[in-house]
Design a protein around this ligand. Structure first.
Ligand code: GLC
Length: 556
């Protein structure tokens, strides 16, 4: 396999609102990111992805864009953005912009015009259906709860919003929409950005006829729709390829077959895709708001299936545990008690970085940040969490139960400010942060991690470096061990005679693990316990959350 440069990158995701506030208004900013360039460099990542920074009413923290080719003054100016880009480039870090092209804010001037009358030239930029108040055209549900249609009196129609009612879906069938979108992408590409992360890009192709969904919430009618690939090919040909842009598509409720098509090189669509199946193995009955412990066997199966399935057809995975929409992984699939937080965070890191794909790590993950201790619903900011808290109670759940569900599953879990040091507000701001800081910041913070050679930070640094020194991690085939021990995940990456073996205990109990496919162990690449583990042969007792990555050769 020929390696493309980006395939060995590790990407660091910045949620600017919560990253670092340089001017004390409680809201992170571009200057705050610039201050931390040396920190990012030290970690060793090659690219950062920054979530949207354009002007926005912030109903969905920037995923509701009101002006595509400008910077929200709360973050800074376009000039500061350019300086940031230059400074990143000077130290060899690339920048990936988040582009939200499925919908705009209803405050965008296109929508402001579109809603005036059916004859307005911008009317056809959005998706409308006739209707009478109180009777939405279909029973589709918004991803944030409630109907996905909102009524517009001036035209006596409903407009479609798959997300919040202030996020109106664009009509990609209209060539004028696609032409505007290309102008926007060209604007940022000309400015020198290196990558695009395309928000919910597999939702852009809607059906021509809108029908009730008698089997679900409507998603089967608009997910991976029949024109998505055509539209992506168009963007690829006119923008991505000519400008050498690295692309990752966020794929909502997608299928592997679709992700293969989106990413296999000969299709000229995207470089890689995010999917979320592995982050739903703690959803009871597939429902995010019903809690259950993580199903490890389902997790192992999903990760293995996506490894094998994508690899077989030359697709490419974006690998991740955390982002701004997910609770913190250590509180979720790991163990965030004092005793095991570090060990389990390292275990999860190693399991992910051993896989084939491009790893994305989310701010704070490199220091093992946890979900905060929510005390009341008033502490939440996220539109989805606040909607769900009401909806769950309307569905008959007690307020305590609804609060427990939202506390565990809220997207705000991943959005609390980065914990830089033990000073007030964790060094994030000198003002009042827009979202509360987790109270464990005096113990869990960047300064503490940097001061200790065995911290999670340096573990990530090593994992990132291994992707440079070990090409087998990039190219190697994936073989899952058929182990009898259900609490262990073990797999090999194999290229020629070389094997990189990953073994991980997902529990707080020791487990005996025996492998049936021997290799000549040469070297321990990384472990989360002290000592050299090369003397393990065949049968071993893994300590709580113990993990190892070895290098060896196939026994012939
Ligand atoms: C994506 C974003 C999420 C946003 C949604 C709508 O899933 O990651 O934060 O709310 O799209 O734009």
């Amino acid at each position: 396999m020929q390696i493309e440069e980006w395939q060995s990158y590790s990407v660091y995701q910045i949620y600017p609102k919560s990253f670092n506030d340089a001017n004390g208004d409680g809201f992170g900013d571009i200057e705050g990111i610039r201050e931390k360039i040396p920190y990012l460099k030290k970690l060793g990542i090659e690219m950062i992805w920054i979530t949207p920074m354009q002007p926005s009413p912030q109903k969905d923290n920037g995923y509701d864009i009101a002006d595509y080719c400008a910077i929200n003054p709360q973050y800074g100016t376009l000039l500061e953005f350019k300086q940031l880009l230059n400074e990143l480039h000077e130290v060899g870090i690339k920048l990936m912009m988040d582009v939200v092209l499925n919908h705009t804010s209803t405050e965008h001037q296109w929508f402001q015009a579109a809603k005036q009358s059916r004859s307005n030239p911008f009317h056809d930029f959005y998706i409308w259906q006739e209707g009478v108040p109180g009777q939405p055209p279909t029973n589709w549900e918004s991803k944030f709860g409630g109907s996905s249609w909102a009524y517009n009196e001036a035209t006596a129609e409903y407009y479609l919003h798959l997300f919040d009612k202030t996020q109106a879906d664009l009509n990609w069938r209209n060539p004028a929409v696609r032409s505007e979108i290309k102008k926007i992408l060209r604007f940022w590409a000309e400015l020198g950005v290196d990558g695009f992360r395309l928000d919910v890009i597999n939702l852009i192709s809607k059906p021509e006829v809108f029908l009730d969904d008698n089997q679900g919430d409507g998603r089967r009618f608009y997910t991976d729709g029949d024109q998505v690939e055509t539209y992506l090919k168009e963007l690829n040909e006119e923008i991505f390829r000519p400008y050498g842009i690295i692309t990752v598509g966020e794929m909502s409720s997608t299928s592997m077959a679709a992700c293969i098509e989106y990413t296999k090189p000969e299709n000229n669509e995207l470089n890689m895709t995010f999917n979320f199946h592995h982050l739903k193995v703690d959803y009871k009955n597939g429902d995010k708001w019903q809690l259950m412990p993580m199903d490890l066997s389902a997790l192992k199966q999903l990760l293995s299936d996506w490894q094998n399935g994508m690899q077989a057809k030359q697709g490419w995975n974006a690998l991740f545990w955390c982002n701004h929409d997910q609770p913190r992984i250590v509180s979720r699939y790991g163990n965030d008690t004092d005793e095991y937080r570090e060990t389990s965070a390292k275990m999860l890191a190693l399991v992910l970085h051993g896989l084939q794909g491009t790893p994305y790590l989310y701010q704070g993950e490199e220091i093992g940040m946890t979900n905060p201790d929510w005390r009341s619903i008033d502490e939440f900011e996220d539109v989805e969490s606040l909607n769900q808290f009401k909806l769950l109670q309307a569905q008959g759940r007690t307020s305590a139960d609804a609060f427990a569900a939202v506390s565990a599953r809220s997207r705000d879990n991943g959005r609390t400010p980065v914990q830089w040091n033990e000073s007030q507000q964790a060094g994030f701001t000198t003002g009042k942060p827009w979202l509360k800081v987790a109270s464990n910041y005096t113990k869990i913070n960047v300064a503490e991690c940097l001061s200790r050679a065995d911290s999670i930070f340096y573990f990530y640094q090593k994992l990132i470096a291994l992707r440079k020194s070990e090409p087998t991690l990039i190219t190697g085939g994936f073989v899952r061990h058929d182990q009898p021990e259900e609490n262990v995940f073990a797999y090999d990456r194999i290229a020629g005679a070389e094997v990189i073996r990953v073994v991980a205990n997902f529990t707080d109990q020791p487990v005996v693990f025996e492998w049936t496919n021997p290799i000549h162990l040469a070297e321990t690449l990384l472990t989360n316990y002290e000592g050299d583990a090369t003397n393990y042969q065949g049968k071993l007792t893994l300590r709580p959350y113990e993990t190892m990555m070895w290098k060896g050769t196939v026994v012939v």
